[in-house]
Design a protein around this ligand. Sequence first.
Ligand code: F6R
Ligand code: MG
Ligand code: MG
Length: 388
Amino acid sequence: MKLTLSVIKADVGSIGGHICPSKALVDTVKSYIRDHGRGLIIDHHIATIGDDVHILMTHTHGDLNSKVHELAWNAFFAGTETAKGQGLYGAGQDLLKNAFSGNVRGLGPACAEITCTERPNESFVLFAADKTEPGAYNLPLYLSFADPMHCAGFMLSPPMFKGFTFRIMDCDHVDGDRTIDLHAPEDLYGIATLLRDNSRYVVEGIYSRYNGEKAAAVSTSRLRLIAGKYTGKDDPVCLVRVQGNFPSVGEVTEPYAIAHYVAGTMRGSHNSVMMPVKTGSTMTYFDGPTQVCAQAFSVHDGRLTEAIDMFDHPVWDVVRNRASEKFIELRRQGFSGPAMLGIHELEYGGVVEKLKELDERFKVTKEDEGTRKSKAQKVKAEAGEDAD
Ligand code: F6R
Ligand code: MG
Ligand code: MG
Protein backbone atom coordinates (compact mmCIF):
# COMPACT_ATOMS: atom_id res chain seq x y z
CA MET A 1 0.00 0.00 0.00
CA LYS A 2 0.95 3.65 -0.49
CA LEU A 3 1.64 4.93 2.99
CA THR A 4 2.28 8.46 4.20
CA LEU A 5 4.15 9.13 7.43
CA SER A 6 3.49 12.68 8.64
CA VAL A 7 5.06 14.17 11.73
CA ILE A 8 3.96 17.65 12.75
CA LYS A 9 5.32 19.36 15.86
CA ALA A 10 4.68 22.59 17.70
CA ASP A 11 5.43 24.36 20.97
CA VAL A 12 2.06 25.59 22.22
CA GLY A 13 2.95 26.23 25.84
CA SER A 14 5.08 24.89 28.63
CA ILE A 15 5.53 24.83 32.38
CA GLY A 16 7.92 27.18 34.17
CA GLY A 17 9.30 28.79 31.00
CA HIS A 18 10.33 26.75 27.97
CA ILE A 19 10.77 23.47 29.85
CA CYS A 20 8.01 21.00 28.95
CA PRO A 21 4.29 20.94 28.16
CA SER A 22 1.88 20.04 30.95
CA LYS A 23 0.23 16.63 31.08
CA ALA A 24 -3.15 18.33 30.57
CA LEU A 25 -1.89 19.99 27.37
CA VAL A 26 -0.57 16.72 25.97
CA ASP A 27 -3.78 14.91 26.96
CA THR A 28 -5.81 17.56 25.12
CA VAL A 29 -3.77 17.07 21.94
CA LYS A 30 -4.05 13.28 22.28
CA SER A 31 -7.80 13.26 22.76
CA TYR A 32 -8.33 15.71 19.91
CA ILE A 33 -6.47 13.46 17.49
CA ARG A 34 -8.20 10.35 18.83
CA ASP A 35 -11.67 11.90 18.53
CA HIS A 36 -11.26 13.72 15.20
CA GLY A 37 -8.75 11.56 13.33
CA ARG A 38 -11.09 8.62 12.78
CA GLY A 39 -11.65 7.85 9.10
CA LEU A 40 -8.86 10.23 8.08
CA ILE A 41 -5.68 8.77 9.57
CA ILE A 42 -4.89 5.12 10.22
CA ASP A 43 -2.79 5.46 13.33
CA HIS A 44 -0.91 8.02 15.40
CA HIS A 45 1.65 8.45 18.16
CA ILE A 46 2.12 11.57 20.27
CA ALA A 47 5.17 12.41 22.40
CA THR A 48 7.22 15.35 23.67
CA ILE A 49 10.78 16.60 23.80
CA GLY A 50 11.54 19.71 25.85
CA ASP A 51 8.69 22.17 25.24
CA ASP A 52 7.55 20.60 21.95
CA VAL A 53 4.75 18.15 21.20
CA HIS A 54 5.03 16.01 18.08
CA ILE A 55 2.18 14.18 16.40
CA LEU A 56 3.12 11.24 14.17
CA MET A 57 0.29 10.16 11.85
CA THR A 58 0.00 7.37 9.29
CA HIS A 59 -2.46 7.71 6.39
CA THR A 60 -2.90 7.28 2.65
CA HIS A 61 -3.48 10.88 1.56
CA GLY A 62 0.06 11.86 0.51
CA ASP A 63 2.33 14.73 1.58
CA LEU A 64 0.91 18.16 2.48
CA ASN A 65 -2.64 16.89 2.69
CA SER A 66 -4.80 19.75 3.92
CA LYS A 67 -7.18 17.59 6.01
CA VAL A 68 -4.35 15.80 7.79
CA HIS A 69 -2.50 19.05 8.44
CA GLU A 70 -5.66 20.75 9.65
CA LEU A 71 -6.24 17.91 12.09
CA ALA A 72 -2.82 18.53 13.65
CA TRP A 73 -3.31 22.31 13.57
CA ASN A 74 -6.67 22.02 15.35
CA ALA A 75 -5.18 19.63 17.92
CA PHE A 76 -2.47 22.19 18.68
CA PHE A 77 -5.14 24.88 18.82
CA ALA A 78 -7.05 22.85 21.40
CA GLY A 79 -3.77 22.32 23.30
CA THR A 80 -3.27 26.10 23.28
CA GLU A 81 -6.63 26.63 24.98
CA THR A 82 -5.59 24.19 27.72
CA ALA A 83 -2.23 25.97 27.99
CA LYS A 84 -3.95 29.34 28.40
CA GLY A 85 -6.28 27.89 31.03
CA GLN A 86 -3.29 26.70 33.05
CA GLY A 87 -1.26 29.88 32.59
CA LEU A 88 1.46 27.98 30.73
CA TYR A 89 4.31 29.98 29.27
CA GLY A 90 4.28 30.74 25.53
CA ALA A 91 0.72 29.44 24.98
CA GLY A 92 0.16 29.06 21.23
CA GLN A 93 3.74 30.20 20.56
CA ASP A 94 4.26 28.27 17.31
CA LEU A 95 0.80 28.95 15.83
CA LEU A 96 1.90 32.07 14.00
CA LYS A 97 -1.26 32.66 11.97
CA ASN A 98 -4.80 33.01 13.24
CA ALA A 99 -6.41 30.73 10.68
CA PHE A 100 -5.38 27.50 9.02
CA SER A 101 -4.97 27.52 5.25
CA GLY A 102 -3.86 24.67 2.97
CA ASN A 103 -1.15 23.03 5.07
CA VAL A 104 1.00 23.92 8.08
CA ARG A 105 4.00 25.08 6.02
CA GLY A 106 4.62 28.73 6.75
CA LEU A 107 2.10 28.75 9.60
CA GLY A 108 4.57 27.87 12.37
CA PRO A 109 4.48 24.12 13.16
CA ALA A 110 7.35 22.01 11.78
CA CYS A 111 6.51 19.13 9.47
CA ALA A 112 8.35 16.19 7.89
CA GLU A 113 6.64 13.65 5.63
CA ILE A 114 7.45 10.55 3.62
CA THR A 115 5.06 8.93 1.16
CA CYS A 116 6.22 5.47 0.11
CA THR A 117 5.15 2.00 -0.84
CA GLU A 118 4.99 0.27 2.53
CA ARG A 119 7.51 -2.56 2.69
CA PRO A 120 6.33 -5.85 4.28
CA ASN A 121 8.64 -5.05 7.20
CA GLU A 122 8.58 -1.24 7.10
CA SER A 123 10.78 0.25 9.82
CA PHE A 124 11.60 3.86 10.50
CA VAL A 125 12.91 6.23 13.16
CA LEU A 126 11.37 9.52 14.20
CA PHE A 127 13.85 12.08 15.52
CA ALA A 128 12.66 15.19 17.36
CA ALA A 129 14.98 17.89 18.69
CA ASP A 130 14.46 20.84 21.02
CA LYS A 131 16.33 24.17 21.23
CA THR A 132 18.01 23.97 17.84
CA GLU A 133 17.53 24.45 14.09
CA PRO A 134 16.85 22.03 11.19
CA GLY A 135 20.52 22.05 10.10
CA ALA A 136 21.36 20.20 13.33
CA TYR A 137 20.50 16.97 11.43
CA ASN A 138 22.92 17.79 8.57
CA LEU A 139 25.96 16.08 10.05
CA PRO A 140 24.29 12.88 11.34
CA LEU A 141 22.43 12.43 8.02
CA TYR A 142 25.60 13.00 6.02
CA LEU A 143 27.48 10.43 8.09
CA SER A 144 24.69 7.82 7.88
CA PHE A 145 23.91 8.29 4.17
CA ALA A 146 27.33 9.08 2.69
CA ASP A 147 30.20 7.95 4.91
CA PRO A 148 31.40 4.32 5.13
CA MET A 149 33.20 5.26 8.36
CA HIS A 150 29.74 5.40 9.96
CA CYS A 151 27.63 3.30 7.63
CA ALA A 152 29.05 -0.14 6.87
CA GLY A 153 26.20 -0.71 4.39
CA PHE A 154 28.21 1.14 1.71
CA MET A 155 30.71 -1.73 1.74
CA LEU A 156 28.46 -4.66 2.64
CA SER A 157 24.98 -4.12 1.17
CA PRO A 158 24.83 -4.08 -2.71
CA PRO A 159 21.61 -1.95 -2.99
CA MET A 160 23.50 0.80 -1.14
CA PHE A 161 26.56 0.75 -3.42
CA LYS A 162 24.99 3.37 -5.71
CA GLY A 163 24.66 5.80 -2.81
CA PHE A 164 21.97 8.37 -2.07
CA THR A 165 20.75 11.69 -3.46
CA PHE A 166 20.63 14.59 -1.01
CA ARG A 167 18.00 17.25 -1.66
CA ILE A 168 19.33 20.34 0.11
CA MET A 169 17.28 23.47 0.73
CA ASP A 170 18.51 27.04 0.91
CA CYS A 171 16.50 28.13 3.97
CA ASP A 172 17.41 31.80 3.55
CA HIS A 173 15.43 31.91 0.32
CA VAL A 174 11.90 33.01 1.19
CA ASP A 175 10.31 33.41 -2.25
CA GLY A 176 9.59 29.72 -3.00
CA ASP A 177 11.65 26.61 -2.22
CA ARG A 178 15.23 26.80 -3.52
CA THR A 179 16.67 23.28 -3.59
CA ILE A 180 19.55 21.38 -5.16
CA ASP A 181 19.94 17.62 -5.71
CA LEU A 182 23.46 16.35 -5.05
CA HIS A 183 24.52 12.74 -5.46
CA ALA A 184 26.72 10.84 -3.03
CA PRO A 185 29.40 9.69 -3.55
CA GLU A 186 30.47 11.80 -6.58
CA ASP A 187 29.17 15.12 -5.17
CA LEU A 188 30.52 14.55 -1.65
CA TYR A 189 32.60 17.72 -1.56
CA GLY A 190 29.66 19.79 -2.83
CA ILE A 191 27.39 18.23 -0.20
CA ALA A 192 29.93 19.04 2.52
CA THR A 193 30.39 22.59 1.20
CA LEU A 194 26.68 23.27 1.70
CA LEU A 195 26.01 21.19 4.80
CA ARG A 196 28.79 22.86 6.82
CA ASP A 197 26.45 25.89 6.98
CA ASN A 198 23.68 24.53 9.23
CA SER A 199 21.91 27.85 9.50
CA ARG A 200 21.29 28.18 5.77
CA TYR A 201 21.52 24.84 3.95
CA VAL A 202 19.45 21.97 5.27
CA VAL A 203 18.93 18.40 4.10
CA GLU A 204 15.27 18.37 3.12
CA GLY A 205 15.12 14.81 1.84
CA ILE A 206 17.31 11.84 0.96
CA TYR A 207 16.54 9.36 -1.86
CA SER A 208 17.95 5.93 -2.68
CA ARG A 209 19.81 5.86 -6.00
CA TYR A 210 19.04 2.15 -6.22
CA ASN A 211 15.25 2.51 -6.54
CA GLY A 212 14.45 6.23 -6.08
CA GLU A 213 12.64 5.58 -2.79
CA LYS A 214 12.60 8.38 -0.24
CA ALA A 215 14.70 7.46 2.76
CA ALA A 216 14.61 10.58 4.96
CA ALA A 217 12.73 13.84 5.45
CA VAL A 218 13.53 16.85 7.65
CA SER A 219 11.32 19.81 8.59
CA THR A 220 12.89 22.89 7.05
CA SER A 221 10.81 25.72 8.50
CA ARG A 222 12.61 28.78 9.85
CA LEU A 223 10.32 30.47 12.34
CA ARG A 224 12.37 33.64 12.37
CA LEU A 225 11.87 34.09 8.63
CA ILE A 226 8.16 33.32 8.86
CA ALA A 227 7.38 35.62 11.76
CA GLY A 228 9.99 38.29 10.99
CA LYS A 229 10.96 38.26 14.65
CA TYR A 230 12.03 35.85 17.39
CA THR A 231 9.40 33.23 18.18
CA GLY A 232 11.61 30.37 19.38
CA LYS A 233 13.98 28.06 17.56
CA ASP A 234 12.61 25.77 14.87
CA ASP A 235 13.09 22.60 16.88
CA PRO A 236 13.11 20.26 13.89
CA VAL A 237 11.67 16.80 13.34
CA CYS A 238 13.12 14.16 11.02
CA LEU A 239 11.91 10.81 9.67
CA VAL A 240 14.37 8.14 8.52
CA ARG A 241 13.39 4.80 6.97
CA VAL A 242 15.83 2.08 7.96
CA GLN A 243 17.06 -1.44 7.08
CA GLY A 244 17.07 -3.28 3.74
CA ASN A 245 18.06 -0.80 1.01
CA PHE A 246 18.60 1.94 3.59
CA PRO A 247 21.12 2.30 6.45
CA SER A 248 20.32 0.09 9.43
CA VAL A 249 18.78 1.57 12.55
CA GLY A 250 22.16 1.42 14.31
CA GLU A 251 23.82 3.24 11.41
CA VAL A 252 21.40 6.14 11.70
CA THR A 253 21.76 6.52 15.46
CA GLU A 254 25.54 6.02 15.72
CA PRO A 255 26.54 9.55 14.53
CA TYR A 256 24.68 11.02 17.51
CA ALA A 257 27.46 9.62 19.71
CA ILE A 258 29.59 12.56 18.50
CA ALA A 259 27.36 14.98 20.47
CA HIS A 260 28.22 17.54 17.81
CA TYR A 261 28.10 21.31 18.23
CA VAL A 262 24.91 22.93 16.93
CA ALA A 263 23.13 26.28 17.26
CA GLY A 264 20.43 26.84 19.85
CA THR A 265 19.79 26.79 23.60
CA MET A 266 19.43 30.05 25.50
CA ARG A 267 17.38 32.61 23.55
CA GLY A 268 18.15 30.62 20.39
CA SER A 269 21.42 32.55 20.23
CA HIS A 270 24.20 30.27 21.39
CA ASN A 271 26.29 27.39 20.26
CA SER A 272 25.41 24.18 21.98
CA VAL A 273 25.91 20.43 21.95
CA MET A 274 23.40 17.93 20.57
CA MET A 275 22.64 15.55 23.43
CA PRO A 276 20.76 12.30 22.64
CA VAL A 277 18.09 11.91 25.36
CA LYS A 278 15.07 9.85 26.32
CA THR A 279 11.80 10.91 24.75
CA GLY A 280 9.92 13.33 26.98
CA SER A 281 13.09 14.77 28.55
CA THR A 282 13.11 18.31 29.88
CA MET A 283 16.01 20.74 30.19
CA THR A 284 16.96 22.94 33.10
CA TYR A 285 20.49 24.26 32.43
CA PHE A 286 20.80 27.40 30.25
CA ASP A 287 17.88 26.12 28.17
CA GLY A 288 20.19 23.38 27.01
CA PRO A 289 22.06 21.49 25.97
CA THR A 290 20.16 21.00 22.73
CA GLN A 291 18.49 17.61 22.90
CA VAL A 292 17.33 15.03 20.43
CA CYS A 293 15.18 11.94 20.98
CA ALA A 294 14.67 9.01 18.61
CA GLN A 295 11.74 6.60 18.47
CA ALA A 296 11.84 3.50 16.27
CA PHE A 297 8.64 1.96 14.87
CA SER A 298 7.54 -0.87 12.67
CA VAL A 299 4.38 -0.36 10.66
CA HIS A 300 2.05 -2.70 8.81
CA ASP A 301 -0.98 -1.55 6.77
CA GLY A 302 -0.39 1.82 8.39
CA ARG A 303 -0.68 0.42 11.94
CA LEU A 304 2.20 1.42 14.19
CA THR A 305 3.80 -0.78 16.80
CA GLU A 306 4.71 0.71 20.15
CA ALA A 307 7.67 3.12 19.99
CA ILE A 308 11.15 1.97 21.01
CA ASP A 309 13.05 4.75 22.72
CA MET A 310 16.41 4.52 20.95
CA PHE A 311 18.45 6.72 23.28
CA ASP A 312 17.13 4.99 26.43
CA HIS A 313 20.12 2.64 26.72
CA PRO A 314 23.28 2.70 28.89
CA VAL A 315 25.58 3.38 25.92
CA TRP A 316 23.99 6.82 25.59
CA ASP A 317 24.71 7.64 29.25
CA VAL A 318 28.38 7.85 28.29
CA VAL A 319 27.50 10.19 25.41
CA ARG A 320 25.26 12.28 27.64
CA ASN A 321 28.03 12.71 30.20
CA ARG A 322 30.47 13.80 27.51
CA ALA A 323 27.86 16.14 26.00
CA SER A 324 27.29 17.71 29.43
CA GLU A 325 31.00 18.28 29.87
CA LYS A 326 31.34 19.79 26.39
CA PHE A 327 28.41 22.13 26.94
CA ILE A 328 29.43 23.23 30.44
CA GLU A 329 32.94 23.89 29.12
CA LEU A 330 31.55 26.02 26.28
CA ARG A 331 29.36 27.92 28.73
CA ARG A 332 32.42 28.87 30.79
CA GLN A 333 33.24 31.52 28.19
CA GLY A 334 29.78 33.09 28.34
CA PHE A 335 29.26 35.59 25.52
CA SER A 336 32.75 35.34 24.09
CA GLY A 337 33.51 34.33 20.49
CA PRO A 338 32.15 30.95 19.36
CA ALA A 339 30.08 30.49 22.53
CA MET A 340 27.45 32.75 20.95
CA LEU A 341 26.10 32.78 17.39
CA GLY A 342 27.03 35.41 14.80
CA ILE A 343 24.97 38.57 14.63
CA HIS A 344 22.65 37.37 11.85
CA GLU A 345 21.68 34.28 13.78
CA LEU A 346 20.93 35.94 17.12
CA GLU A 347 17.26 35.29 17.72
CA TYR A 348 16.39 38.41 19.67
CA GLY A 349 16.18 41.82 17.96
CA GLY A 350 17.52 43.57 21.09
CA VAL A 351 21.09 43.39 19.90
CA VAL A 352 20.29 45.70 16.97
CA GLU A 353 18.96 48.38 19.35
CA LYS A 354 21.94 47.93 21.63
CA LEU A 355 24.41 48.29 18.76
CA LYS A 356 22.59 51.39 17.48
CA GLU A 357 22.81 52.98 20.89
CA LEU A 358 26.53 52.16 21.14
CA ASP A 359 27.14 53.31 17.59
CA GLU A 360 26.33 56.87 18.58
CA ARG A 361 28.94 56.75 21.33
CA PHE A 362 31.82 55.71 19.03
CA LYS A 363 34.47 58.38 18.29
CA VAL A 364 36.70 58.47 15.21
CA THR A 365 40.15 60.00 15.77
CA LYS A 366 42.09 61.08 12.68
CA GLU A 367 45.76 62.07 12.45
CA ASP A 368 46.45 65.67 11.52
CA GLU A 369 47.49 66.30 7.91
CA GLY A 370 51.20 66.97 8.75
CA THR A 371 51.71 63.65 10.60
CA ARG A 372 49.90 61.76 7.85
CA LYS A 373 52.11 63.29 5.12
CA SER A 374 55.42 62.72 6.90
CA LYS A 375 54.46 59.05 7.52
CA ALA A 376 53.63 58.61 3.83
CA GLN A 377 56.98 60.17 2.83
CA LYS A 378 58.84 57.84 5.18
CA VAL A 379 57.13 54.77 3.68
CA LYS A 380 58.01 55.92 0.14
CA ALA A 381 61.62 56.64 1.09
CA GLU A 382 61.94 53.15 2.58
CA ALA A 383 60.55 51.71 -0.65
CA GLY A 384 63.24 53.65 -2.59
CA GLU A 385 60.77 55.99 -4.27
CA ASP A 386 61.31 59.76 -4.63
CA ALA A 387 59.71 61.82 -1.89
CA ASP A 388 57.18 64.44 -3.08
C1 F6R B 1 15.10 28.95 23.09
C2 F6R B 1 14.05 29.34 24.04
C3 F6R B 1 14.45 29.89 25.34
C4 F6R B 1 13.93 31.32 25.55
C5 F6R B 1 14.32 31.89 26.92
C6 F6R B 1 13.73 33.26 27.18
O1 F6R B 1 14.55 28.50 21.91
O2 F6R B 1 12.89 29.22 23.75
O3 F6R B 1 15.85 29.86 25.50
O4 F6R B 1 14.43 32.13 24.52
O5 F6R B 1 13.91 31.03 27.93
O6 F6R B 1 12.37 33.22 26.91
P1 F6R B 1 11.43 34.51 26.79
O7 F6R B 1 12.06 35.47 25.81
O8 F6R B 1 10.15 33.94 26.28
O9 F6R B 1 11.36 35.08 28.17
MG1 MG C 1 11.12 23.89 21.69
MG1 MG D 1 9.99 26.74 22.56
